[in-house]
Design a protein around this ligand. Structure first.
Ligand code: 5AD
Ligand code: SF4
Length: 464
């Protein structure tokens, strides 16, 4: 092992909840004297924060663990940690398939990481709990962005969508007290944060376990009052719990962005019923109409699963119809992946891969067309953009996001322009996944936050 202070590297798989948890693991390691390694191959501690929502997430982990073993063979002092959802679900499989792993911890005991690392000096330390010990937000964080923060408002999920493994690995829903959330956000803003994303498997049932009624709309209103907070995002609301009070709060609160991620999963009533989604296509469409009517220019995005067991051509056509009707700005599309232990995995009618692939291709082709059309409608308009840093494709440009969560690459000719600034960008060209534009004259609303940004993630949303 290299001389000097111990170092760590964390590789995060899956959703934003895992990004949030990884920031907590990094915070605890830094509080314990570790520094972040520039190169994962040199780290004293290599952490994999895992996901198990789809099958390929498993196989990728074992590939990575094989590579980590080769590094460890050369540097026997290094330690390998596996945390997150796959660890929670498959502790014994990890022990069997990757016995060189030093620490395994689950989704309920992030706080034990320092202790388990200590114990691993005397032999492998594996610990999985069934209930959360410490709400992860209470742990120290090392955020990857100076201007954006993930804020967890609840953990776990009380729903029982038949395809989904999340309730098995994240447990029952537990909401955090509202005043704790507001206090965290106030201190984040004092630290330079201008945008937060509230995280929960089902944000719309937030607070039901605290006082009996959902409190999400009130939470939005309370956070909107935090001075200096420019943007509030949240993910994911479950369509069955997404109601007029939340839409009203979204419309009222200036800092709540004009974007809603409303997971559809399927457009056929028959499939929705077998999925146990607790809404019909008509009710879903009502909610989409309600949000469009209340919030001009709102962007709607979604998650869709193709090839659920027993899905017929007619069922799939119903999904395409909803896509055409809602006109999503973007969709995360998934091929159904059987998760052992879920109800759907035991259903008859699993479809051949070729059928699923054909449907998936048709869906993504349709969605690309619609995304392009939705983006074309922004051309010639000026949007407020939060700058994320230089564009990865063309470093002479800047990249940022509109309030509607659209990625924009633009020429920024302001000399002191930096990540975390807000500015107005005129959109010149549209593509299915991004926009191009230029800084609107006199449009800079610079709020300078000067630390560098390290890979803020915007992957698939947690749950719902
Ligand atoms: N197969 C495919 N996609 C799934 N998702 C959840 N479980 C599965 C599964 N078994 C998708 C859903 C969810 C998103 C986070 O992942 O669309 O909203
Ligand atoms: Fe819960 Fe979302 Fe999974 Fe349904 S899809 S069980 S709401 S996490």
């Amino acid at each position: 092992m290299s001389a000097g202070p111990p170092t760590y590297s964390i590789r995060t798989f899956g959703c934003q909840m895992n990004e949030h948890d990884s920031e907590r693991m990094a915070g605890m390691l830094e509080a314990g004297g570790y520094t972040r390694s520039q190169d994962p191959e040199d780290a004293s501690v290599l952490v994999f924060n895992t996901c198990c929502i789809r099958e390929n997430a498993d196989s990728r982990l074992y590939g990575n663990l094989g590579h980590a073993k080769r590094i460890k063979d050369e540097r026997p002092g290094m330690r390998i940690v596996v945390g997150g959802c796959l660890a929670q679900k498959d502790r014994h499989a990890i022990q069997r398939r990757a016995p060189w792993v030093d620490v395994v911890l689950g989704t309920h005991n992030l706080a034990s990481l320092p202790r388990l690392l200590e114990e691993s000096q005397r032999g492998a330390a594996f610990e999985i709990l069934e209930q959360t010990e410490v709400f992860p937000s209470a742990l120290p964080a090392r955020r990857s962005s100076p201007w954006h923060a993930w804020v967890s408002i609840s953990i776990g999920c009380n729903n029982a969508c038949t395809f989904c493994i999340v309730p098995a690995v994240r447990g029952k829903e537990v909401s955090r007290r509202g005043h704790e959330i507001v206090e965290e956000v106030e201190s984040l803003v004092a630290d330079g944060v201008v945008e937060i994303t509230l995280l929960g498997q089902n944000v719309n049932s937030y607070g039901r376990d605290l006082g009996g009624t959902p409190l999400f709309a009130e939470l939005l209103r309370a956070l909107d009052k935090v001075d200096g907070l420019e943007r509030i995002r949240f993910t994911s609301p479950h369509p069955k719990d997404f109601r007029a009070d939340t839409v009203a709060a979204m419309a009222e609160c200036n800092s709540v962005c004009e974007h809603i991620h409303l997971p559809l999963q399927a457009g056929s009533d028959r499939v929705l019923k077998v999925m146990k989604r607790a809404y019909t296509r008509a009710r879903y469409l009502d909610k989409a109409r309600m949000v469009r009517a209340a919030i001009p220019g709102v962007a709607i995005t979604t998650d869709i699963i193709v090839g659920f067991p027993g899905e017929t051509e007619d069922d799939f056509d119903a999904t395409l119809e909803v896509v055409r009707e809602v006109r999503y700005d973007a969709a995360y599309t998934f091929q159904y992946s059987p998760r052992p232990g879920t109800v759907a995995a035991g259903l008859p009618g699993h479809l051949p891969k070729a059928v699923v692939q054909r449907r998936y291709d048709r869906l993504t082709e349709l969605q690309e067309e619609i995304s392009l059309e939705q983006n074309q409608a922004t051309v010639g308009r000026t949007h407020e953009v939060l700058v994320e840093g230089p564009s990865k494709k063309d470093p002479s440009k800047l990249t940022g996001r509109t309030r509607t969560n659209k990625l924009v690459h633009f020429h920024g000719d302001e000399p002191d322009f930096s990540d975390g600034s807000l500015c107005d960008v005129a959109v010149d060209r549209a593509h299915p996944h991004f926009l191009e534009g230029h800084l609107a004259r006199g449009g800079t609303r610079s709020r300078r936050v000067s630390l560098p940004v390290v890979g803020a993630a915007r992957g698939c949303a947690p749950g719902a």
